[in-house]
Ligand binder design. Structure first.
Ligand SMILES: C[S@@+](CC[C@H](N)C(=O)[O-])C[C@H]1O[C@@H](n2cnc3c(N)ncnc32)[C@H](O)[C@@H]1O
Length: 210
């Protein structure tokens, strides 16, 4: 998936993935990580998700990483929070009160950004990538994240091969992350997706084996 694909989605407002409410599965399942409002949460491919606000409200520090500048600015504008934009390497940074939004390519995120992460929240990030990029994405996380990290991952499964989103099976989650994490599937809900197709939304809790 090329960057331009996503920039065009944001420019044209075709952001059906964005949710106006906090994701109910996040609210329901986050406590399973026993994160207790402590530590920093990485939200890869965060868009302008208000799930980051909910995580912040729990007490976590939050770092979101998003490719598109419109999305990063819209997040703060919609909260009516004025922020200044700083440049840090290849990324622009908008931050306020423990919530940092880094704008740039996740695959070029400096190693130092991963070192302070305790938790990862992945909703619509892994499934946003086609298969070869999913491998690269999961490899980046498993190689860069520090010991003891935990993750909440939400995936979708459906028959249609076209994406994004892309269908990700439990077997693939195991293949991508099983060497480093113990993986527990918490729920799997069958429902109608945005495009009217049947899909299964699954939540995984992943705990570092190290
Ligand atoms: C399907 S959306 C999900 C957004 C968010 N997680 C949510 O739940 O609303 C995927 C997002 O990832 C961003 N994105 C795609 N490739 C990226 C990359 N390489 N680095 C950072 N962000 C990326 C897109 O701009 C888009 O906003």
């Amino acid at each position: 998936m090329h960057s331009e694909f996503w920039h065009e989605r944001w420019r044209s407002g075709r952001i059906g993935f964005h949710q106006s409410q906090v994701n109910p599965l996040l609210k329901h399942c986050w406590s399973e990580l026993q994160a207790d409002g402590a530590g920093r949460v990485l939200v890869p491919l965060c868009g302008k998700s208000i799930d980051m606000l909910w995580l912040r409200e729990q007490g976590h520090e939050v770092t979101g990483v998003e490719l598109n500048e419109l999305a990063c600015q819209a997040f703060w504008d919609e909260q009516e929070v004025p922020v200044t934009v700083q440049q840090t390497g290849d990324f622009s940074l908008r931050e306020k009160d423990g919530l940092r939004l880094l704008c740039g390519d996740f695959f070029t995120l400096p190693a130092a950004e991963f070192k302070t992460i305790n938790w990862v929240y992945d909703r619509a990030a892994l499934v946003a990538f086609p298969e070869p990029m999913r491998k690269r994405y999961a490899q980046t996380l498993t190689e860069q994240l520090p010991a003891g990290v935990g993750m909440l991952l939400i995936t979708l499964e459906f028959d249609d091969a076209e994406g994004p989103p892309f269908s990700v099976t439990e077997e693939e989650v195991q293949a991508l992350y099983g060497d480093r994490f113990s993986i527990e599937k918490l729920t799997a809900q069958t429902g109608m997706g945005r495009s009217g197709r049947a899909e299964v939304e699954s939540v995984y809790i992943m705990r570092d084996r190290r």
